[in-house]
Design a protein around this ligand. Structure first.
Ligand SMILES: Cc1ncc(COP(=O)(O)O)c(C=O)c1O
Length: 502
């Protein structure tokens, strides 16, 4: 029996999320714009970090609301309770992990991206697709990669490593990984090689790719924290002699701990000689390639089969945006390409876009994150990035000199690019000296002086300053040194400084 329209119950009136009053929405948005410009332009006047009060945290424990409080009140709530307690990476004295700062250009782009809410498919015939393709071409030329190479924007370095290593696995295994899977008898013999300083995301990627952490052979490093290529070669040869299947080397252009750079050119030669895939993890250090001061240190990354790097680190872009380049387009597509009927590209109209990003990675729907970087590069030119990368390298050298000049301080590793590791010298044993340095770091944060992070080098706790920050100035590093010296003194003789001073 045919269904009549009157049989279908009608929830009246029909509704959506759009405001009834666009003018009122515009006023709120203008207010948000003013508040955020105020927020970012005064960031240096605020502490580098501040603790979140317990009563504020409790506000985030209320149950799922059935009815809302409206956008005005929700905005007020966020303004009072969210923006005052950020990670702080827009602050000039933020130097934790490898955090980037973001740009004002990105703020403008974010408004446009959110408003358009593009799906980022690549086969959608939308201008955002062309923006993304242009950005990828710019990135390839920045690293002297051929235009024929393939590239994909992803959420960050971890995902870029995963995608690059997936292609390496599928291209280099001598069996059909996609169809047969890792049940194949030779799968357990596949081997990847990387230095002991390699980022944990590489191990995670190999675990996720079903190869297991045992497929990653870690090679010892030299005094400068780069891989010992002699040991690397020996291990590859001895593994082959044992019947294992070496397929790839993961080389570092900037390790997370110290910024160490593996000998990329020599590793590229070794890969050519041994028929191995070269994946370079250049999460932040790849940017040294455009530097006047450090470009020579990362020569060779233009020879990789796959290159992972982040734009949200040393390219200063808002989270999240990373990139993977794969030299051989066909190998890239062969790893991820599936086109079901419902995603078929058509000859004309909306579904006639120039590419298909899902054939190059894990995600189907993606944000139009390219616009931020595209707008920053378009408006400033790559020369500005070159200048800022060099500025950060010079700041790292300046900080290192300040550390060396202070009898109470010592460098914990050579300063190679933009990362400085140092310690406050202590008279006691290793454990108490670690305790002292941890105290200094925690108090730098708690008192809002600066936010370096920490690591452990040669079994000793270190204060680690990673500079991917276009807002830092030399005076900020002076403030750090002053803070560290005062806190060290305070720890050693607690009566010398009143508690809570900075
Ligand atoms: C060398 C290196 N590789 C990979 C990553 C992971 O990048 P992401 O945090 O963007 O996933 C990092 C992060 O700091 C890194 O320093």
């Amino acid at each position: 029996m045919a269904l009549r329209a009157s049989d279908i119950p009608q929830p009246a009136p029909e509704t959506g999320f759009d405001p009834d009053d666009w003018k009122a929405f515009s006023s709120l948005l203008h207010r948000a714009v003013d508040d955020m410009v105020d927020y970012i332009s005064t960031v240096a006047d605020r502490p580098a970090w501040q603790p979140i009060p317990e009563q504020t945290k409790a506000l985030f424990e209320t149950p799922l609301p059935e009815t809302g409080i409206g956008l005005d009140r929700t905005y007020e709530h966020a303004l009072q309770n969210v923006t005052p307690y950020p990670t702080g990476n827009i602050h000039p004295r933020f130097w934790s992990w490898v955090g980037g700062t973001g740009t004002p250009h990105g703020i403008v782009a974010d408004l446009m991206i959110s408003t358009m809410n593009a799906a980022g498919l690549g086969f959608d015939e939308a201008a955002t697709t062309y923006v993304e393709l242009q950005l990828l071409n710019w990135l390839k030329s920045m690293f002297d990669w051929p235009e024929t190479a393939s590239g994909l924007l992803v959420s960050g370095g971890s995902m870029a490593n995963l995608v690059g290593l997936a292609v390496a696995r599928n291209a280099m295994a001598d069996f059909d990984v996609r169809n047969v899977g890792l049940g194949h008898q030779r799968a357990s013999k596949l081997r990847f090689y990387a230095s002991t300083e390699t980022h944990s995301s590489v191990r995670k990627a190999l675990e996720l790719l079903g190869l297991g952490a045992n497929a990653l052979t870690l090679i010892d490093i030299k005094a400068d924290h780069s891989v010992d290529i002699r040991l690397l070669r020996q291990r590859i040869e001895s593994d082959r002699a044992k019947g294992l299947l070496p397929i790839a080397i993961v080389a570092n252009a900037g390790t997370v701990n110290t910024g160490a750079i593996d000998p990329l050119d020599a590793i590229a030669d070794l890969c050519a000689e041994q028929n191995l895939w070269l994946h370079v993890d250049g999460a932040f250090g790849a940017m040294a390639y455009i530097s006047e001061l450090a470009s020579h240190q990362v020569r060779g990354l233009q020879r990789a089969d796959s290159l992972a790097f982040d734009l949200h680190k040393w390219m200063y872009q808002q989270y999240d945006i990373g990139c993977v380049l794969i030299r051989d387009q066909a190998q890239h597509r062969e790893t991820f390409n599936i086109t079901p009927a419902y995603l078929k590209k058509l000859g004309t109209g909306l579904a006639s876009g120039p590419t298909d990003f899902s054939a190059l990675g894990v995600q189907l729907s993606r944000s139009a994150r390219a616009l931020r970087a595209w707008m920053t590069i378009q408006s400033e030119g790559i020369g500005k990035f070159r200048r800022l990368v060099d500025q950060n390298i010079l700041q790292a050298r300046y900080l290192s000199q300040r550390v060396v000049a202070e009898p109470q301080l010592e460098l914990a590793a050579p300063t190679i690019l933009n990362i400085v590791n140092f310690r406050y010298r202590a008279d006691g044993d290793d454990a108490s000296s670690d305790q002292l340095n941890q105290y200094i770091l925690e108090q730098l944060h708690e008192r809002g002086i600066a936010t370096p992070s920490s690591t452990v080098l040669n079994d000793r706790f270190c204060i680690r300053v990673a500079i991917c920050n276009h807002r830092s100035r030399r005076a900020d590093f002076d403030a750090l040194i002053d803070g560290v010296l005062a806190l060290g003194q305070e720890f050693e003789s607690p009566s010398t400084l009143p508690n809570g001073s900075s």
